[in-house]
Design a protein around this ligand. Structure first.
Ligand code: PHE
Ligand code: NA
Length: 467
């Protein structure tokens, strides 16, 4: 059954950059800052950090080690971990298969905002309903999606080392520099605002920093704390791109002499730093110009609130806006690449066809599927209430099934497989196969056997609306 993998990452740096490329995405930029602002600033940061080092570390280590040991993508990989468990590989395959129907659409929206700033029409983006009018229009979201999908496909088509690794090695450091730059700029902001009471005050970026990092324990109840925990956990595994087969596929490209334990730490640091810095970039600037009370999550934050903030910055805002959307574009692109790569790799193994052929076929299928999802905003418009209480269109349904419903379920089953069926030593042995040290080994054992299953079960119940 083993087909020899042709391509792979050249070394540790290429691997870590590619994995960080998958991890750092819109989740870091439009979800992490929102959750932090909502969940008591520094309180959320502390909880999140503690969870990354324990729970996130466990899930990421497991996925990467499964990939490297089996040298296969999710479908065959789970089948090799234990015979009879291929079903888990198929369920895992469904997550990127669904994400791919809408990720390039979001990429297209980001491309639109780059064009807005390039053509100096950012004033328009401040108008009410501008974003809604755009995404519900019939032609341009489709055209821009097709462009984004094509770029993604070209890189996947070029292969693991010549495409994904090369691209990530250039893009990821650049992305980091931009985030740091905008974060520093946002700390230097200040603005006079008139409060509803008529009082004049000056808000500065440094005040915004306090809002961001100082824990707010006011009104903290057990119930609220549990909500903070749940928010941090669901953000965490979405953010690290675990439990969707992506890190299994990337793990399958890792050479046997690479220190996986060290690589996991580096990926964790990169993703968490990017999320923290994204908050540093966004929370102070929103605070300075409009207060953080009304800060929204998701597309609304970067496509509606931030353009207003950039507009308030005057000329500088035009530059900052452009650089910001270019950065978001590359963050989304490297994530989208990892989703398509996971689908391509699985299909190559399943159907024994070449990378080039699979990439072209999947691209065409997903272009069609994405057109349908785009039309979910106009021609096929409908709205449904999701089990977790939110309402949404076609795109939100795909997002709900893949991220809210399937990901905790997969993590749960996978934790049972590793913790109880094959045992944690299966993973530990792979990580330490050349005598490398496994730091946090005890934490790993406890998390995978006892804590991760409970956490995932609770998250799963939450996703189906039990509470
Ligand atoms: N990890 C990405 C982020 O934080 C999200 C993502 C999910 C990327 C699924 C690819 C696939 O934004
Ligand atoms: Na992330």
């Amino acid at each position: 059954m083993k087909t020899k993998k042709k391509g792979g990452f050249s070394g540790q740096l290429g691997f870590v950059m590619a994995a960080a490329g998958s991890a750092v995405g819109v989740g870091n930029i439009w979800r992490f800052p929102y959750l932090t602002a909502k969940d008591g600033g520094g309180l959320f940061l502390l909880v999140y950090l503690a969870l990354v080092l324990t729970f996130g570390f466990t899930l990421l280590t497991s996925d990467l080690a499964i990939g490297r040991k089996t040298k296969m993508s999710s479908i065959y990989a789970y089948g090799q971990v234990k015979s009879g468990w291929k079903f888990l590989g198929y369920i895992t395959f469904v997550v990127p298969a669904l994400i791919m129907t809408y990720y390039a659409i979001i990429g297209g929206w980001i491309t639109k905002y780059i064009l807005i700033y390039l053509t100096n029409s950012s004033k328009d983006a401040v108008k009410d309903n501008y974003f809604t009018d755009f995404i519900t229009s019939k032609v341009s979201p489709i055209v821009l999606m097709l462009i984004f999908m094509t770029i993604t496909s070209i890189i996947v088509f070029l292969g693991v080392e010549k495409g994904i690794e090369k691209f990530s090695k250039i893009i990821m450091p650049g992305l980091f520099v931009i985030i740091v730059g905008i974060a520093i700029y946002s700390l230097t902001l200040s603005h006079n605002v008139t409060l509803p009471s008529g009082k004049q005050i000056t808000r500065t970026g440094l005040d915004g920093l306090k809002v961001y990092v100082i824990p707010d324990f006011s009104g903290l109840t057990v119930k609220k704390f549990l909500q903070v925990l749940l928010d941090a956990m669901s953000q965490l595994f979405f953010s690290l791109s675990v439990s969707m087969g992506i890190m299994i596929t990337y793990g399958s490209y890792v050479k046997d002499d690479i220190d996986l334990n060290k690589a996991v730490s580096q990926i964790e640091i990169f993703d968490t730093a990017a999320a923290f810095l994204a908050g540093l970039m966004i929370i102070p600037s929103i605070f300075v110009f409009s207060g953080v009370e009304g800060m929204s999550a998701g597309p609304g934050l970067i496509f509606i609130s931030l353009p207003k903030v950039f507009n308030e910055m005057g000329i500088a805002g035009k530059v900052v806006g452009l650089v910001f959307f270019v950065m978001v574009f590359f963050a989304a692109l490297s994530s989208c690449i990892s989703v398509l790569e996971t689908l391509v790799a699985n299909c190559m193994e399943l159907f024994k066809v070449s990378r080039k052929k699979v990439t072209v076929i999947l691209t065409l299928i997903y272009m069609l599927a994405s057109i349908v999802v785009c039309l979910g905003y106009n021609v096929f418009y409908f709205e449904v209430k999701l089990p977790n209480g939110s309402t949404g269109q076609l795109l939100d349904i795909m997002d709900y099934i893949s991220n809210s419903f399937l990901m905790p379920l997969i993590s749960l089953i996978s934790a049972i497989l590793i913790g109880w069926v094959v045992g944690p030593d299966w993973i530990i042995g792979e990580v330490c196969k050349n005598g490398e040290k496994f730091r946090r080994k005890l934490i790993y054992r406890i998390m995978i056997k006892y804590i991760a299953p409970v956490i995932m079960f609770v998250l799963f119940l939450q996703s189906i609306g039990v509470f």
